[in-house]
Write a protein that binds this ligand. Sequence first.
Ligand SMILES: Cc1cc2nc3c(=O)[nH]c(=O)nc-3n(C[C@H](O)[C@H](O)[C@H](O)COP(=O)(O)OP(=O)(O)OC[C@H]3O[C@@H](n4cnc5c(N)ncnc54)[C@H](O)[C@@H]3O)c2cc1C
Length: 561
Amino acid sequence: MDCPRFDRPSTFQAIGLERADENATLKHGRAPRHCPYRFALPVAMTAVDKPSITTARPQTTSELPRDWDAIIIGSGIGGLVTATQLAAKGAKVLVLERYLIPGGSAGYFDREGYRFDVGASMIFGFGQQGTTNLLTRALAAVGQTLETIPDPVQIHYHLPNNLEVKVHRDYNRFLQELGDRFPHERQGIRQFYDECWTIFNCLNAMELLSLEELRYLMRVFFQNPLACLGLVKYLPQNVGAIARRYISDPELLKFIDIECYCWSVVPADLTPAINAGMVFSDRHYGGINYPKGGVGQIAQKLVDGLESHGGRIQYKARVTQIITENDRAVGVKLATGETLRAKRVISNATRWDTFGKLLDRAQPLDEDRWQERYQKSPSFLSLHMGVRADALPAGIECHHILVDDWARMEAAYGTVFVSIPTLLDPDLAPPDHHILHVFTPCWIADWQDLSPEEYAAQKETKAKELRDRLAPIVPNLEAALDYIEIGTPRTHRRFLGRIDGSYGPIPARRLPGLLTMPFNRTAVKHLYCVGDSTFPGQGLNAVAFSGFACAHRVAADLGLA
Ligand SMILES: Cc1cc2nc3c(=O)[nH]c(=O)nc-3n(C[C@H](O)[C@H](O)[C@H](O)COP(=O)(O)OP(=O)(O)OC[C@H]3O[C@@H](n4cnc5c(N)ncnc54)[C@H](O)[C@@H]3O)c2cc1C
């Protein structure tokens, strides 16, 4: 059977991607057993063939009105929450997305009966109570709901020295089992996690909006003075110092490190306490809940809500420049050469992309300072696999993390992440099959300067090494493998539009908690940032928080709040 090839340059032009690095367009290199050299099916093909969003919209940007209250560059969850919040307040909003579907790192793609999540699949923020359930709230604000499936175990850790830990949704069961493994630390374990609850309870007692808006700050302070003072106390703290207050066993402290690393990509000493308070508590409060139909549903529902409230989204619309006049952002230029104007411009691209590539003038000094404090995290090598159901042992959990050697936890290819979302939503795969998304951090430098043949060979080699490491949880994987696509940091860079394919910013050194993470306003008037390079950082619920805050600030500036 012939290997399919595509006229890559014209396909990429059609979907508005840059041509500078075509070799990186192998988003998901499919390598069926009978075909040794297979080029990737561009993810675009699926979306073009089977559009998932049916709402009528202009096909070209030339049909769009030229003037807007707010233009949002990018339809990641941060961008979409900003857009929907603003539209709900009556603003005239346009989202410009370079790709074919919304969601960015929370997108999806379809292949041969499988629906794969591009990235995120362990979803916080879908609870039904409190104020920290920001995904539920963002959808509700524009009249949308999403069926979700509760995950009884957040993560099953497989760690050195046969340390097997399950983080149960039930808080006491989790503490009981961890305490059984570290009986001499039972009390310290509870004290540590209870302190995280203190942080969470403060957050969960207040409406989460822009900390840059004075009237709001005064209002929440008078409504919840104790919660506010609690948060002020924890804002400059990191998790490591809090953990060492209660825990001294070195192996248990390593466990706290991986508890942080698996979402912050840094160990406890560099992980802000506020974020840990959210993650370590919400998993037992609102819980981890998987959206029925896949993670891509979140972005699609937000788009439906945006459009039903008069907002617009345009795909295949790559912004190449943020235009400024008299030191203010006034609009954007597209890859087509067209320009659109807005009272406010909001970038959902990373800060490095926003200020390094899009802004039509020198990077502000504030950003130089930010880049001294924060560096790009690694990207990932990702395997998206379809496997026969008989490969999975009975009772296996949805999310796993494997570390063979603590000394390599932070190293490239050190920690392995596994998601099997079909355990929660079987409809994402053909009958009697499952999806396995396996990924491990690595740097783009490992994947640069390779010929197409070297690149393809390295993908195959690294993918096999990664599959071999799954033996403890899926022993018969090779025999049961039905489908595989491989994504590299170059894939993430190209298709997610993220510099170096980075997962997001991480501290370059130990910083005072979240104190130095920027909010949404920038040094350029009328230009805002939203998403994971703003407060409070990575993760869908976190970027939703950033979206609420950004929309609140912009609405106040537009006189809509
Ligand atoms: C492999 C992986 C696994 C993850 N797992 C989880 C998880 O389990 N749980 C969790 O909560 N989080 C997880 N995350 C993190 C989470 O997905 C991200 O933090 C979050 O989705 C980032 O959202 P964002 O709004 O910052 O923007 P992004 O998702 O980065 O979206 C930005 C959008 O802007 C568009 N764009 C960029 N530049 C331009 C331009 N010039 N013109 C037009 N459009 C542009 C991009 O195409 C993209 O659609 C994971 C991430 C990855 C990569």
